[in-house]
Design a protein around this ligand. Structure first.
Ligand SMILES: NC(=O)c1ccc[n+]([C@@H]2O[C@H](COP(=O)([O-])OP(=O)(O)OC[C@H]3O[C@@H](n4cnc5c(N)ncnc54)[C@H](OP(=O)(O)O)[C@@H]3O)[C@@H](O)[C@H]2O)c1
Length: 187
């Protein structure tokens, strides 16, 4: 059965990126090879992925524009849904669909595209919150970096207490602590 999973790296104090949308702090953490191996394993179980406009712009500007073909090398034709009010270019060979509005209006199309595998929500945090708001978030999987930032883009700007989050796994991966939580529907 398809699960909807938020998988991301975060600072110790819950930021996805700094105020300038930079991930320089993340790439400076030792242990990137272990993290890359892990990511390939995770991606093998993913049938479709979703990201917000800012994240897509970041991937485009920092990845595809600098190294054309990098999207195809990483994701192939894996269906990607970009949540935005705007239109963007798409990488060569990529399967990108632009959606907007309430999650409930397009989430079934994402699940159908995943064809029985999991849906990965890349971020950002508010988009993940929109899934949680309508009980369509099943798992939160965070890799906590040994980094603290004074401010930045939040990991998950919602109030989810212990009745909603259940810790299922804790692992050390190099300098990262990976925490896996099951997300319970609202009671
Ligand atoms: N640490 C990591 O591994 C990691 C993971 C993911 C992301 N990041 C970074 O974290 C930052 C996240 O940025 P962000 O918090 O701004 O979030 P984001 O989700 O990437 O982008 C937010 C934008 O998405 C669009 N959007 C969101 N929900 C929508 C909806 N329901 N309908 C239509 N449009 C919608 C809106 O843009 P428009 O209205 O302008 O279209 C909104 O301003 C980025 O810098 C990203 O690169 C880091």
């Amino acid at each position: 059965m398809t699960r909807i999973v938020y998988n991301t790296a975060t600072t110790l104090n819950g930021f996805l990126a700094d105020d300038a949308d930079s991930l320089g702090w993340l790439f400076a953490v030792p242990g990137a090879p272990e993290a890359a191996d892990d990511f390939a394993g995770f991606l093998a179980g993913v049938g479709a992925f979703v990201m917000g406009a800012t994240t897509y712009e970041w991937v485009w500007a920092n990845d595809e524009a600098e190294n054309p073909g990098s999207w195809a090398a990483t994701y192939g034709s894996l269906p990607c849904f970009v949540v935005t009010h705007r239109q963007f270019r798409t990488p060569e060979g990529a399967d990108v669909t632009f959606v907007h509005g309430p999650v409930a209006e397009w989430v079934e199309a994402v699940v159908a595209a995943a064809a029985g595998k999991d849906v990965w929500i890349v971020g950002g945090g508010d988009l993940v919150g929109q899934f949680a708001d309508v009980d369509r978030l099943d798992e939160v999987r965070v890799s906590v970096a040994p980094v603290v930032l004074p401010s930045g883009r939040p990991l998950l700007p919602r109030r989810l207490e212990a009745d909603r989050l259940r810790l299922e796994q804790v692992r050390q991966r190099g300098q990262f602590a990976e925490l896996v939580y099951r997300v319970n529907p609202r009671g």
